[in-house]
Design a protein around this ligand. Structure first.
Ligand code: ATP
Length: 368
């Protein structure tokens, strides 16, 4: 089939992938992606995100279902005719070409003028901090430098779709943060629909306009970073997104004198009735609260919970306080960096009732 330009609307419809040996790597995947979106696939190692990306690229056959670009089924269209630019973890550069020629290569193929090619290559080299390496060959680069050359080569032209699989995996923390911003800026300038695969939830939260959280080949939730953080659809998403993790504990609902409480270890804490579903809760239940929604309390405050500081991690910007107590679940609190408590000390805390999430343990689904 001939090469056709792709405007950028992508639909993944009931896509499955079985590998030999009965490995069901991707299960009934459904997604609608709009032109210009920056979509992140995130999930633990082996969850199927690379397989899904490779099916979108045309590098992996689709066992069932459809990949649709601009309304056209492309299951059988070869990768070179899909108008995509890819940066994969081990995507090879041309070993005999200098860095500058590697970067410029896709534009040369399009017969674009030399001056324009040089201008664009220089601009990308500057943005991706490659200016001093332009005359070298890939063999004389570090892994992280090679990755950045591959990114520059992918982003030098404007394809219909960018596919990126952990393109920053080999970079140190500082460069990684800088490169994230450069990728986002470049992507926005170009307006190209992008799918970015990572197992790093911070990367997902900071880069994605929408995030697809995947586990065991199944799409767990697809939404904006804020939606996913504020309203995780299930226990997996609740535990996976957010650092430090959401506090989760086994709980029961207790009602007396018209007020609803949840058990927290050996104590009861009030709950906001708006957290309760109209058709009731089915036990066993798990409750969850983000570390920033537990706050210091005065000892005589109603429902203050007494616990002991076990570990204290102060980053200078904020303090993560890990608490323990007899017959109590461990709790993590994130508070101000000027928090003055010491390890071993007792503290009183309070859980903000309106910030508590409830989950059905058997199905994992969130209530509310
Ligand atoms: P990672 O973050 O570790 O790269 P991933 O989420 O990208 O993981 P995939 O590489 O898509 O995961 O793999 C999904 C599942 O399919 C895994 O269980 C993996 O072992 C399996 N798998 C991948 N490739 C093959 C293959 N060629 N043959 C058989 N099983 C495979």
């Amino acid at each position: 089939m001939e090469n056709r330009n792709f405007a950028g609307d992508l639909q993944i419809s009931k896509v499955n992938k079985w590998y030999p040996g009965d490995v069901h790597a991707v299960k009934d995947m459904d997604m609608e992606i709009k032109r210009g979106e920056f979509i992140v696939f995130v999930g633990p190692s082996g969850c199927g995100k690379t397989t899904l990306l490779r099916m979108i690229a045309g590098l992996e056959s689709i066992s069932s279902g459809e990949v649709v670009m601009d309304g056209r089924i492309v299951n059988k269209v070869p990768p070179k005719n899909r108008d995509i630019a890819m940066v994969f973890q081990n995507y090879a550069l041309y070993p005999n070409m200098k860095v500058k020629d590697n970067i410029a290569f896709p534009l040369k193929m399009q017969h674009i003028g030399k001056t324009e090619i040089e201008r664009r290559a220089a601009e990308l080299a500057q943005k991706l901090e490659l200016e001093t390496l332009l005359e070298r060959k890939p063999g004389a680069l570090s892994g992280g430098q090679r990755q950045r050359v591959a990114l520059a080569r992918a982003m030098i032209r404007k394809p219909g779709l960018f596919l990126m699989d952990e393109p920053l995996a080999n970079l140190d923390a500082k460069l990684r943060t800088e490169m994230r911003r450069e990728i986002i800026t470049l992507q926005r300038e170009l307006g190209v629909t992008t799918i970015y695969v990572t197992h790093d939830q911070t990367e997902a939260m900071t880069m994605g306009t929408r995030i697809a959280v995947i586990n065991g080949g199944v799409l767990q939730q697809f939404g904006t970073p804020q939606e996913i953080y504020r309203n995780p659809a299930n226990l997996f998403v609740a535990g996976f997104i957010g650092s430090p993790n959401m506090n989760l504990w086994d709980t029961k609902l207790v009602t007396y004198q018209g007020q609803h409480y949840l058990t927290l270890g050996n104590t009861h804490i009030p709950i906001d009735v708006s957290n309760l579903p109209a058709d009731g809760l089915r036990e066993p239940l798990k409750a969850g609260i983000r570390p920033e929604h537990i706050v210091p309390a005065a000892p005589d405050e109603p429902h203050a919970v007494r616990m002991k500081i076990n570990i204290l991690e102060n980053t200078g910007r904020e303090a993560a306080v890990f608490l323990t107590g007899a017959d109590m679940p461990n709790l993590t609190v994130v508070t101000d960096a000027d928090f003055s408590g010491q390890v071993g000390q007792e503290v009183y805390i309070r859980l903000k009732p309106e910030k508590i999430h409830l989950f059905n343990i058997e199905t994992g689904s969130a209530y509310g």
